[in-house]
Design a protein around this ligand. Structure first.
Ligand code: 6R9
Length: 668
């Protein structure tokens, strides 16, 4: 692979002033972080306010070995703090009150605003008081279904100020998916907005919430309060419509945000929480189809997101930082809110899409705010690359110093384009590998220190100890490929799955006792660089959105015409992977375009538009082993029309192969 042979070194002018300025410094600090975690993290935690200090005897404890008892991780247990206090009050006390925390950039370029740290703190306190007045207290869950607006950040921080646990659901999820998550987390309050424009498309968030609240009520789960930001009337709509008038507000349950905060005090004392108290939960797809409520706790997450943000983006106090991830995903939590604010960063919060009003919107925004650190996903990079270099070159993006990538493997072609055209060959590309479960970056280059290889997430962050295992669970030394696992916890790792600790142990710790299993495969090259090879479980990654094959399959078979379904991923030039669905119709049913449309619609409505399948392939049979297991390995080959099937001796009926290839839809 030629991409491996060429190494790209950090720009020496940048390295000179970077926090970690050479690879040898990284190595030294890395070894210290493993040899003496107390000394390493002990230095970092000093910057935070701990109401009850961290006791060094209680610094961290864990068990990753299921054979020795329940799995647990605890950092700084017994110490008390408050993350909202640390990212706002502490920052204001340090003299950053007038510094801009967020530049908000709307979907329409005419809509923008800003919020300083002092003002953000006031708004947060006001909303904390509202939550309190609605009876929300420490430990209660608050469901959040919001666009990328300042109130979304305010809501998250207001929850954490009073010890409430936020549970954000990406506002692209359908009513069904949202309802399932609301019920699972037991929230009795929803915070949302009337609606939002994303590019030229309108999303009626409140009306989706109405459906959700009805669905919940039918399952005996009552939503007592729904707080709604009146967002539409303050933005420019692409078609000059007045969609804001169409919202239904139910007396006694629904209240407008502005009315709720109108008489609210701008001060609210923080509730001191134990370092190991729940901070938030966030759902991620599980391979059985039922989403998993990943649970993070206060102290470790705070320390870890702050430290990774500072080192990986090399954030300096005058910089402007922009993470394009939606607040509904972990990246939006860790690197859109907590990590940056803990470092008193000035951030851009962007509501729109890269393609509206034109395909150069990202470059326009970078130029407008003179963004220094830019963090986005490979799917966006690949989509923008398609429009050519000229769209980038028309803008002054020379303010950029560090450019980041997250969510899926970045192919070397996209990496090189990002590095050359966007970064002007002077910016380090930080290809950060991590997961909802890891809380923060776990494999990543450091921009002033790590020589980069296009497509490699390079080396572990401080405190993180990766290993590659073979099928039998043996560690692979040196060069090789295997299951990517971690041998010990870093502060930001998740602590449990909400309400289901057994599933947590079964999913992440049972396959290889003694290790946290990521579910990804990886390769280590001769220089020790890690290369993520993708999911090794039944998960798909479409444009950086994880979903399980089981989840999509069970939906397809809900359709009366479908008897059986199997879903695999197929490589896609922009999305990375797309959904390729095999369906067997029930007796006597004739498969036609109508059924196909209905199946597509079913998935859009029940999961969300991002899960829309690219191919639906009607077949009379599926390849199965004698024990009845679907052989997805073969289906993946059929999806790309590759007849090199390898060993098919375990197949119960080998004639299905010919049928499968013969029935491939045209243009798939
Ligand atoms: C942060 C986030 C996690 C899964 C993960 C892996 C894939 C994320 C990656 C990457 C290769 C990278 N992934 N970053 N693969 N290189 N830099 O995306 O969390 O939504 O939970 O997804 O995404 O497969 O296991 P999440």
């Amino acid at each position: 692979m030629p991409s491996e042979t060429k190494v790209y070194y950090p720009n020496p002018n940048f390295s000179k002033n970077a926090y970690i300025n050479s690879f040898s410094q990284y190595r030294e600090m890395y070894l210290q972080s493993l040899d003496n975690p107390e000394a390493f993290w002990g230095e970092i935690i000093k910057q935070f306010h701990w109401e009850t200090p961290v006791e060094y005897d209680n610094f961290f404890r864990y068990n990753f070995d299921i054979r020795k008892g329940p799995i647990y991780t605890k950092w700084f247990d017994g110490a008390t703090t408050n993350i909202c206090y640390n990212v706002l009050d502490r920052i204001v006390q340090r003299g950053y009150g007038d510094k801009v925390a967020y530049y908000w950039e709307g979907n329409h370029p005419d809509d923008y605003s800003r919020l300083t740290y002092r003002k953000l703190l006031e708004e947060v306190c006001k909303f904390s008081n509202v939550l309190k007045s609605k009876g929300i207290k420490k430990g209660d869950r608050v469901a959040v279904y919001m666009p990328m607006i300042l109130e979304a950040v305010i809501t998250l921080l207001a929850c954490t100020r009073i010890g409430a646990v936020h549970s954000v659901v990406f506002a692209g999820f359908s009513a069904d998916s949202f309802a399932e998550r609301v019920i699972d987390c037991g929230a009795e309050i929803i915070v949302t907005a009337d609606g939002v424009w994303r590019g030229p498309k309108f999303l009626g968030l409140k009306s989706i919430c109405d459906q959700v609240m009805d669905k919940c009520a039918r399952r005996n789960h009552n939503i007592r309060h729904c707080i709604v930001v009146a967002h539409l009337k303050r933005v420019t709509s692409p078609d000059n419509s007045q969609k804001s008038n169409k919202v239904h507000m139910k007396e006694g349950r629904d209240i407008w945000w502005n009315d709720a905060v109108a008489d609210s005090s701008i001060t609210c004392p923080p509730v001191w929480t134990n370092s190991e108290d729940p901070l938030f939960m966030l759902y991620t797809s599980g391979s059985t189809g039922k989403p998993k409520g990943v649970l993070h706790t206060v102290g470790g997450y705070m320390v870890y997101t702050a430290a990774t943000f500072k080192c990986v983006f090399d954030y300096k106090s005058k910089d402007v930082y922009w993470c394009t991830a939606d607040i509904g995903w972990i990246t939006g939590h860790s690197y859109g809110v907590y990590g940056p604010l803990a470092n008193a960063a000035t951030c851009v919060l962007f509501e729109g899409t890269p393609f509206y009003p034109d395909n150069d919107r990202f470059w326009t925004v970078i130029e407008k705010y003179k963004v220094n650190q830019f963090y986005t996903a490979p799917t966006a990079i690949r989509a923008l690359m398609k429009y050519g270099d000229d769209l980038v070159r028309r803008h002054d993006v020379s303010s950029l110093k560090v450019i980041g990538s997250v969510g899926e493997p970045i192919n070397s072609e996209a990496w090189l384009w990002y590095y050359k055209v966007v970064g002007g060959e002077k910016c380090s590309v930080v290809d950060t590998f991590w997961q909802t479960e890891t809380g923060g970056h776990v494999l990543t280059p450091l921009p002033g220190a790590t020589p980069m290889k296009p497509g490699s997430a390079t080396f572990p962050f401080f405190g993180v100890q990766p290993a590659l295992l073979d099928e039998s669970g043996k560690e692979i030394e040196g060069e090789g490929e295997g299951y990517l696992v971690f041998k010990r916890p870093w502060p930001g790792i998740m602590r449990s799955l909400f309400g289901n600790h057994e599933r947590y142990e079964a999913t992440y710790f049972s396959k290889f006792p003694g290790y946290y299993c990521t579910g990804d495969g990886a390769r280590r090259d001769a220089d020790g660089y890690f290369w993520i090879t993708g999911r090794i479980d039944d998960m798909l990654n479409v444009s950086g959105h994880l979903m399980s094959t089981a989840e999509v399959e069970s939906l397809l078979t809900e359709h009366k015409a479908i008897a059986e379904a199997a879903v695999v991923s197929k490589p896609h030039p922009i999305k990375g992977e797309c959904l390729y669905c095999f369906v067997i119709t029930s007796n006597e049913t004739h498969f036609d375009d109508n059924i196909k449309k209905e199946l597509s619609l079913l998935i859009r409505e029940r999961i969300g538009a991002f899960a829309t399948p690219d191919v639906i392939h009607n077949t009379p049979s599926l390849p199965k082993t004698r024990s009845g297991k679907i052989m997805r390995r073969i289906l993946r080959k059929v999806a790309v029309n590759d007849r090199n099937l390898g060993d098919v001796s375990t197949l119960a009926d080998s004639t299905v192969i010919e049928t499968l290839f013969a029935s491939r839809p045209v243009c798939s």
